[in-house]
Design a protein around this ligand. Structure first.
Ligand SMILES: [Zn+2]
Length: 162
């Protein structure tokens, strides 16, 4: 079976859905209301982490990619085509990974905020990198479009690199 990367083909085949920003925002607000804002952050982070790890695994097995750069390039293209935003990965430094996301769907669906809001994407990146590096990688969102920054910037200090 051919594995399509095209978002509209995935929808036609019944393998994906299109979610409006407002729907994603309602989902987040519903969880904040039912639990608490800090619980919602943790839940979205954890769920994102599972999705990121699964995506990295799927790309390895379905697309036959094994090197870091190819997997990340595949994720960049996929997420751009799915409307998540434009991801730029900087893995040139030994001790830290920096990911910049332009037009994060999570920030755009949330709107202005005093704090960084992209916990699902932050978790997703943690899942992707934990899988491809084979160790626990956690990201922090140091800049966010919702706070008025140009990009959402995620940084991880790689354990065991100093
Ligand atoms: Zn953000």
């Amino acid at each position: 079976m051919e594995h399509s990367r095209n978002a509209s083909v995935l929808v036609q085949r019944g393998e994906a859905l299109i979610m409006r920003y407002v729907t994603f925002n309602e989902l987040k607000q519903g969880i904040e209301e039912a639990f608490s804002p800090s619980a919602a952050k943790a839940i979205f982070y954890h769920a994102g982490k599972r999705c990121g790890a699964r995506a990295a695994k799927r790309i390895e097995s379905q697309e036959g990619l094994s090197d870091k750069s190819s997997i990340l390039e595949s994720i960049r293209q996929l997420k751009e085509s799915q409307g998540w935003g434009l991801f730029a990965f900087d893995i040139s430094k030994q001790d830290r990974i920096v990911v910049k996301v332009q037009n994060s769907f999570e920030a755009l669906s949330h709107g202005p905020s005093r704090e960084a809001v992209c916990d699902f994407i932050r978790g997703y990146l943690s899942g992707v990198f934990s899988h491809i590096l084979g160790k626990e990688i956690e990201f922090e969102e140091v800049e966010c479009l919702s706070k008025g920054d140009r990009f959402c910037t995620f940084v991880s200090y790689v354990p065991g690199s100093d």
